[in-house]
Design a protein around this ligand. Sequence first.
Ligand code: NDP
Length: 291
Amino acid sequence: MGARLIDGKAAAADLNAALATRVAALKARHGLTPGLAAVLVGDDPASQVYVRTKGRAAGAAGLLSREMRLPADTSEEALLGIVRRLNADPAIHAILVQLPLPQGIDPAKVIDAIDPAKDVDGFHVVNAGRLAVGLPALVPCTPSGCLYLLKREVARLVGARALVLGRSNIVGKPMAQLLLAEHCTVTMAHSRTRDLAEECRRADILVAAVGRPEMVRGDWIKPGAIVIDVGINRMAMPDGKTHLVGDVAFAEAREVAAAITPVPGGIGPMTVAFLLQNTVAAACRQAGLGD
Ligand code: NDP
């Protein structure tokens, strides 16, 4: 029998609907409209889609959504100036600078300039550090979405063997921190890992975030494992169209795993849902309302 499909699209829709109710209550009771500013520099097509999707979802949930589109030749200094103005803007509680940034702009400098209280992506070293030591933090949206789905799938995370494939600051590392906080036994794998397939085969939970189309094959997966596929890889088709595939060979994995997220319709919508959750959490903290 094929693995259960973990429907991130449906889970995200439920989260977004509940959040919209909460946002309406915040407006009615406290006069608070959580505000999200998304800054896009340049014309990367995938980034344009992401920013548009995030803006639409924010608007649908009743948030104030401001999109700032800047030309590719924007200077680092000009971008830092915009971030500083957003830091000081009381209507904006959450700032997202869409990555990647054009050459010539240092993403680390830009992230560092964001007020950690408004760092909705959770990429600032203050939030990364707080997550690492177990303090309340704005946690990166993609791993938060993965953990949310995992908690619904796995009756007991405590002691489970989890393998996180990929060690980026935006997915792999925070994912490992979150799983560690749930008392999983966590292995982090990356491009220098030896016997990668064998490492994967030991995992009860496998989170793939490598950006390599269908790299994880069916025979890398432990029978009965839960597979979370973060990868979004655009593949050109012979007819000129593109279609999306994950980092896991879905059809093969489905024969072995107990449950798996599809691409698309898995982690992508959850990332957007947790962006909205983080925006509301940031707004509430800034207004002294707790979460
Ligand atoms: P990065 O490129 O920043 O990191 C990729 C990681 O994968 C690195 O740690 C790298 O190892 C590792 N890696 C690359 N090739 C191999 C290999 N052959 N064997 C083992 N490890 C390898 O990517 P991101 O973390 O930003 O994103 C990963 C994927 O997730 C992408 O497809 C991206 O599009 C997708 N994504 C999806 C999101 C969503 O909302 N669903 C959100 C964010 C990302 P090393 O460190 O050694 O170089």
